[in-house]
Design a protein around this ligand. Structure first.
Ligand SMILES: NC(=O)C1=CN([C@@H]2O[C@H](COP(=O)(O)OP(=O)(O)OC[C@H]3O[C@@H](n4cnc5c(N)ncnc54)[C@H](O)[C@@H]3O)[C@@H](O)[C@H]2O)C=CC1
Ligand SMILES: O=C(O)CCC(=O)C(=O)O
Length: 460
């Protein structure tokens, strides 16, 4: 073995030991944070070749610092329902990393929200935001409040109570929340109104995903779903394929799913199934998106109601089974860990060709490994769903210039950003010895920018 080879091997071993040591310490420190540990394991596992080539990251404790949020805020959110009954929920904001800019990331209102969920989302957000090429750090927040079945006034009172505490921790140059599951334009409106009241100032750039009349950006609503399809289109094109004539399945029926279905259909695909947390619908004629929008965007209805308008469609209880339908392209856009090893095996047996993750961490690490081992085209969440936050950053730019861009301008920028993320992730994968592996490539490309900025800013 040459001296160079021996040095490389020794660096690789040291890097592996370092990553394992840091992961074990994280596990010990956060033993019950299953989702956070899952996200950490996936990311740090792919950083070994980077650390081996850049031992300076090890020496300056980059990973140790990156894995500990800069600040975690937990607070009580009391509110009164329409019957006068008092409820108390828990609010969170994890300000994970500000090396690249103000903390940026959505708020999730869902009964499953806890510190582990918010930390996994905030951690992933650091790398995703870095990949967009914009000046945004990583953060995430939310509450275990369940908006399902609540009246408009209850939602408003909850949002006001939530912001009454949160306002002092955020700001256009500090931390800029947006929507996520259970938080869409209506909730952002109530949150913004309360922020304005608490601060006594109209600071449009404090939240993104706002209504168009008071500082929102055209195309933000569509951005995550459209961006996902733009990214997958790049991946397909690189492999001599495209959406045209393909059978597509999209889980969920919320913001991301709806606009992923819209763009996939526009690109000539036939989307045959979507779901909500109760069950899924299968329409062999292709999902009628106007009906889904009517049920989910305008109304507050269950996806099962789709079959009332389209009797030829079928409804099945158990949303997890949506991926048992054979398809060419699967776009999981509902929630974390919706695809486990068993589901992945079914998809492989059914001949799936490509997967694009619209939701955050929809595949377990085991499922992800199975897709990679079987050479399925796989677009991981932090790259493929970055279009939403990218357009949020464009919304911040418009707010700071007090201008509004045309839909076409934002959409064109979104397409460029998604192409760049694809190219940069492919390049990083190839530079670090895993050509074609977008999981490793996006982790590495996202990491290097953050690690370099942290290094230049000193040990803080
Ligand atoms: N809204 C955004 O801009 C972004 C969202 N994401 C991620 O995309 C995913 C979906 O978010 P949104 O569409 O914004 O939320 P949303 O609140 O608009 O919709 C969520 C949808 O998923 C359904 N759902 C929940 N649990 C489910 C389950 N177990 N199986 C099937 N359906 C289920 C709900 O019924 C609802 O239709 C989340 O993982 C979120 O973190 C990622 C990037 C940006
Ligand atoms: O637009 C944003 O700031 C948040 C988007 C988000 O939460 C996500 O990318 O998961």
């Amino acid at each position: 073995m040459s001296t160079i080879d021996a040095t490389l091997q020794s660096n690789q071993q040291k890097a592996k030991q370092y990553v394992t040591k840091v992961y074990n310490a994280t596990e010990q420190r956060n033993p019950h944070e299953t989702e956070f540990l899952q996200a950490v394991k996936e990311i740090v596992g792919s950083l070994v070749p980077v650390i081996a080539r850049h031992p300076e990251y090890m020496n300056s404790g980059i990973l140790e610092r990156l894995l500990e949020p800069e600040k975690v805020i937990t607070f009580r959110v009391p509110w009164v329902d329409d019957q006068g009954k008092v409820h108390v929920n828990r609010g969170f904001r994890v300000q994970f990393n500000s090396a690249l800019g103000p903390y940026k990331g959505g708020l999730r209102f869902h009964p499953t929200v806890n510190e582990s969920i918010v930390k996994f989302l905030g951690f992933e957000q650091i790398f995703k935001n870095s990949l967009t090429g914009q000046q945004i750090g990583g953060g995430k927040g939310g509450s275990d409040f369940d908006p399902k079945g609540k009246s408009d006034m209850e939602i408003m009172r909850f949002c006001q109570s939530f912001m009454t505490e949160l306002y002092q921790h955020i700001g256009p140059e500090t931390d800029v929340p947006a929507g996520d599951v259970g938080v869409n334009a209506r909730e952002i409106g109530y949150l913004f109104g309360q922020y304005k009241k608490m601060c006594g100032a109209f600071e449009a750039g404090v939240l993104t995903g706002k209504g168009l009349g008071y500082g929102g950006s055209l195309a933000r609503t569509e951005a995550t779903g459209y961006g996902l399809v733009y990214f997958v289109q790049e991946m397909l094109k690189d492999n001599g394929l495209d959406f045209k004539g393909k059978t597509v399945i999209v889980s969920g029926s919320g913001n991301v799913s709806i606009y992923a279905m819209e763009k996939a259909a526009e690109f000539g695909a036939k989307v045959v199934a979507c779901s909500d947390s109760d069950g899924y619908i299968y329409d062999q004629n292709g999902i009628n998106l106007d009906t889904v929008k009517e049920l989910k965007e305008t109304g507050d209805e269950r996806i099962s109601a789709y079959t009332e308008k389209h009797p030829s469609a079928e409804y099945f209880e158990d949303c997890t089974q949506i991926f048992s339908i054979p398809c060419d392209i699967a776009l999981p856009c509902a929630t974390q860990n919706e695809i486990n090893a068993e589901t992945a095996q079914t998809m492989l047996d059914n001949g799936v060709k490509a997967i694009g993750e619209g939701a955050n961490m929809p595949s377990t690490n085991e499922a992800q490994d199975m897709f990679l081992e079987n050479h399925i085209l796989f677009a991981p969440a932090k790259a493929a769903n970055a279009g939403g936050v990218a357009v949020s950053a464009l919304e911040m730019a418009q707010n700071s210039g007090k201008i509004s861009w045309a839909f076409e301008k934002v959409d064109a920028r979104l397409q460029e950003i998604m192409k760049d993320i694809y190219q940069n992730s492919m390049q990083a994968a190839s530079d670090y010895g895993t050509p074609g592996n977008l999981v490793a490539g996006s982790n590495i490309a996202g990491f290097i920018k953050v690690a370099d900025a942290m290094t230049e800013q000193g040990i803080i």
